[in-house]
Unconditional design. Structure first.
Length: 83
């Protein structure tokens, strides 16, 4: 009954203090961020904003998208007809 009592309290207590104590004592979270940033800055940060940029303009490009494809489509049709 000893393990049964602490069992339900163990997962709840360690869940919160678990990462807190680890990061404070071992600094698992703090070192992970700077470490990833240092090596992931040029590789992870570069692709991150790149994907965010096209994703953001994609929304506003919605109404512009049909206009853009329309122009190339017309040119394609004209080329096909002319050919």
């Amino acid at each position: 009954s000893t393990p049964s009592d602490p069992a339900p309290s163990e997962p709840e207590a360690p869940t919160d203090p678990g990462p807190d104590e680890s990061s404070d004592d071992f600094g698992d979270t703090p070192p992970e961020e700077p470490w990833e940033y240092e090596e992931g800055v040029p590789e992870e940060v570069a692709p991150e904003p790149t994907q965010v940029f096209p994703a953001e303009p994609e929304e506003p490009d919605g109404p512009d998208a049909p206009v853009e494809p329309d122009a190339p489509m017309e040119a394609d049709l004209g080329d096909v007809f002319a050919g």
